[in-house]
Design a protein around this ligand. Sequence first.
Ligand SMILES: Cc1cc2nc3c(=O)[nH]c(=O)nc-3n(C[C@H](O)[C@H](O)[C@H](O)COP(=O)(O)O)c2cc1C
Length: 321
Amino acid sequence: MKTTNTWPENRFFELFPETQHPIVQGGMIWVSGGKLAAAVSNAGGLGLIGAGSMKPDLLQHHIRKAKSLTKKPFGVNVPLLYKDTQLQLQTALDEGVRIFFTSAGSPKSHTPWLKSCGATVVHVASTPELALKCQDAGVDAVVLEGFEAGGHNGRDELTTLVLLQQIRGKLNIPLIIAGGIGSGAAIAAALALGADAVQIGTMFAATEESSAHPNFKSAMLDAGNTSTFLRLKKLVPVRLLHNPFSENIRLAEDQCASAEHLSQILGKGRAKVGMLEGDLAEGELEIGQIVSNVRAVPTCQALIDELVADYQRARNRLCKS
Ligand SMILES: Cc1cc2nc3c(=O)[nH]c(=O)nc-3n(C[C@H](O)[C@H](O)[C@H](O)COP(=O)(O)O)c2cc1C
C-alpha cells in the first residue's frame, strides 16, 4: 500500500524497503514463533520471532519454520539478558537472519559485532535518554516503548504519547514507537507526532497465528479497560493481566515485600506456564493495556488490513475541509 501512497515515505521504509506497512510485530516470549513472524511479514508488516529464553536449537527450529512459510524478510528479537544470548545471536546469523531487534540490555554490548556481520540492528528503549544512547551505540533504529505496553517495561512510567513529544526532533535515525497501539487511528497519531513506524505486541498476541494458548486468548477477549497492572518494579517491571498470581504479587507489594521475597513468589517458568500452557490462575500473563480493544482473534492479514483501513479513515477525517 506504500505503493498506492497510503503511507508517507519515511526512514522506516528506507531501512526496510521490502516492508509494505510501517508496522512491526514486537518480539513476544512464548507467543511469537516462526508462524506468527511469517504471517505478519506475508501480510506486509515486519514479523519478529521472539527468542526470549529459547535454547538455540528451538530458535533454529522457529527460524527454519518462518523461512518455510515466507519469502519476505523477518527478524529476531533477542533480549540481551539470558545466558544463551551470544549463542542465540550466532544461531540466527548462521541461519541467515540479518534483522535483529535487541532489548533488555545495553545497546553497546552486541551492536558493533552484529553490524560487522552485515545485520540491521534495532534496540528497544523506554526513555528518550536511552533512545539517544542507542543512537550513539550505532543502532539503525530505535523502538521507544511506553508504559502501556505488554511485557517487560521501563521503571519510569512514561506513556507513549508523552515519549513521542519528548523525543520529537531529537533522533537522527528511524523511530519506531510501541505501547498501546491498537488501531489505525493510533498509528496516524504516532506518525503525526514524528514516529516512522509502530511496534505492536498485544494485538498480535490475539491473532490466530500467535502461539498464545487458547485459554490466554480467551482471557484477552474477556479483559476490560482496567485489567492490566505494572507489577514487580523491584525486580523487572512487567505489565500483567489480572489473575490470582498477579493478585498475590499485588498483596505482597502492598506489604512492601523485598525483591528476594517477590523473586520467591515468582519462581521459575511462570510466563511459559501462563502464556504457552494456558494456566490462567498460576501463570504470568504478560499483556498491554490495549488488550481491552481485543474483540476477536483475527488472522494477521485481517488485523493488518483493518489497521490500514482505520488509518485511512482517520486520515480522511483529518483532511476533510
Ligand atoms: C506477551 C508479550 C510478551 C513480550 N515479550 C517480549 C520479549 O520477549 N522481548 C521484548 O523485547 N519485548 C517483549 N514484549 C513487548 C513487545 O515486543 C512490544 O514492544 C509491546 O507489546 C508493545 O506494546 P503493546 O503490547 O501495547 O502493543 C512482549 C509483549 C507481550 C504482550
